[in-house]
Design a protein around this ligand. Sequence first.
Ligand code: PBG
Length: 324
Amino acid sequence: MKIRPRILRKSSTIRALVQETNISCSDFIAPLFIVEGKEITDEINSLPGYYRRSLDHTLLEIQELKNLGIKAFILFVKCENHLKDNTGKEAINENGLMQRSIRTIKKNHPEIVLFSDVALDPYSSFGHDGIVENKEILNDESIDILAEMALSHAKAGVDFVAPSDMMDGRIKSIREKLEKNKFHNVGILSYSVKYASCFYGPFRDALGSAPGFGDKKPYQMNPANRKEAIRETKLDIKEGADIIMVKPAMAYLDIIRDVTNYTDLPVCAYQVSGEYAMIKAAAKNGWLNEEDAMIESLISIKRAGASLIVSYFVKEIALMLNNK
Ligand code: PBG
């Protein structure tokens, strides 16, 4: 026998020397759920170990994550029920929770990179990502309001807007709106390849944003499709996206690889709420080792080609990387 691959697996030091994929704190974007109020840290039922926080507590959490080496954050807000409607009015309110949060966070932590979710679902009385008419989610009317929403986040000081709505043409309308208003330096992280996935369930619990009727299949992608991922990516690049997102991650590693091979833009993957919840639940039952499952799942996402990862494991992985 002349070829013995096991030589490179002989000790942990050799294995580390030849390891092809590594993760570090600079790969991560931490999702943050913000609610109205003061001194609130409220655990999310279906996301054990993850919290909704009022803005004051969010600032403390950012400081804690910063100390661990996490420098990028993506914001989601829980809109109060009485402010929800079918026009997205609250989504563009300059004094809305999102806009106030962006201003306050950037003032307190100017050096962090801040992303904001752009979609109507948390603000929609129907729980849909766009404006609804006769049970249809209107496209062109929705992208006008999404562009306004992105502009209001830019005015508040966000670094990147992150449209997660999957309407056609929204990257173009957002880019044009930003250019016209001289926000030449605000980036677009586009959820270009977002599947109609059951794995978003816990997120919708967290924000109370589940669709009131039907589902999101008329705008989010069919999980059975692969070529369509390239079609969506191609369009978003042409329309002006800076970073391409694939979402969810673990059930779509082939798609992450396809998109990475296709584009020279950075590719971000979202390890979504259901992916986190599955690992947590299995670990709680003693069926999986949580830390090993966390690392293996995150390494697989990077190995598939993602250079950035949004993950609810962000603090646990940062703690682990700091103690290595
Ligand atoms: C809003 C949005 C969703 C997620 C991110 N932005 C939910 C959805 O599209 O229904 C899901 C994130 C997760 O599950 O962690 N458009």
